[in-house]
Design a protein around this ligand. Structure first.
Ligand SMILES: [Zn+2]
Length: 309
């Protein structure tokens, strides 16, 4: 039996979770672009001239195998020759060894560093590293633009812009809902500033890294929601809300925002966690270098031209 790629899990109890092959749903977005979802995580794959370009690997070795089978069923006789990592997280990009072990792997240089040092089992290191905030590539006859506006989520996030198809893909960033509660790995300081740079591009379809495909209006509402939670979290200090208590933050921020944003799916279940996470951003000043006005300093040892001023 082949050895299981366990990511960074060390306990045998995780095996069932890792091995299970989930049911996946595939939808065609354009002549050559498909999206695939396991009910939570979502990603894209592309039919190139003689091969398939897959974004990410989905969340487990089982899901990566199911992803490989779904691609083969959709685009028969073209192998996955390229994988593009949208960021370093194992639940999105951890299992290339199960998806396509011989593929070329493209990632941002920061993402590549984390992967090299993490050495998670099944997460193959990139074979091509990108730097800077825009890279226009032609891969096996298919043209696309990979975008890193700056730190928004995880490490070395890459979005993709498909100009001809008017599609924007940005994994694990904005959502058309409030279903991602804890936001453990969002870079709160710059998220909306950088996401709004994407609004300047000409697209009509937004593919998030979770849940359903959406449009510009709901992308805009996602930005507005973040800004509103940030404002309410700051007001909580002034009113001496016990900001470390889930119930208190849920009641305070939920009460302030329900009228405008209560229609977002998951609002009632998650507003407390979202508020608790964001209020601690203000309490502590952020996550690290990436939560500053000039997160480009993160690249000072590898790039002369910082990605953001
Ligand atoms: Zn992530």
């Amino acid at each position: 039996m082949e050895e299981l790629n366990t990511g960074i899990f060390t306990h045998d109890g995780a095996r069932q979770y890792l091995e299970r092959e989930p049911e996946l749903h595939v939808d065609q977005l354009s002549t050559r672009i498909w999206t695939i979802c396991d009910d939570v995580r979502r990603t894209l794959f592309i039919e190139a001239d003689n091969s398939v370009i897959a974004f990410d690997t989905l969340a487990t070795p089982g899901a990566a195998r199911a992803y490989r089978k779904a691609i083969a069923a959709t685009i028969p006789n073209k192998p996955v020759q390229t994988i593009i990592y949208t960021h370093d997280h194992l639940d999105h990009a951890g299992f290339a060894a199960d998806l396509a072990p011989d593929a070329e792997i493209i990632a941002d240089e920061m993402c590549a560093k984390v992967i090299e040092l993490r050495k998670a089992k099944g997460q193959l290191p990139p074979t091509q590293c990108l730097s800077g905030n825009r890279n226009r590539l032609t891969i096996d006859g298919f043209e696309l633009m990979l975008l890193n506006p700056g730190p928004i989520h995880g490490t070395g996030n890459l979005g993709a812009y498909f100009e001809h198809e008017k599609i924007l893909f940005s994994s694990d960033t904005l959502l058309p809902n409030a279903r991602y509660g804890l936001l453990p790995d969002y870079h709160i300081w710059n998220l909306v500033r950088f996401m709004r740079e994407f609004q300047q591009l000409d697209w009509t379809t937004f593919v998030p890294g979770r849940y359903e495909v959406t449009d510009r209006a709901r992308f805009d509402k996602g930005c507005d929601f973040f800004i509103a939670v940030k404002a309410a979290a700051q007001q909580a200090f002034a009113e001496f809300v016990p900001i470390w208590e889930l119930d208190a933050m849920e009641a305070y921020v939920g009460g302030k925002l329900r009228e405008q944003f209560g229609d977002l799916e998951g609002f009632d279940e998650n507003i407390g966690l979202i508020a608790l996470r964001i209020v601690h951003h203000y309490l502590m000043g952020g996550w690290g270098l990436e939560d500053t006005w000039n997160p480009g300093v993160l690249l000072a040892d590898s790039l002369n031209d910082p990605i953001a001023e």
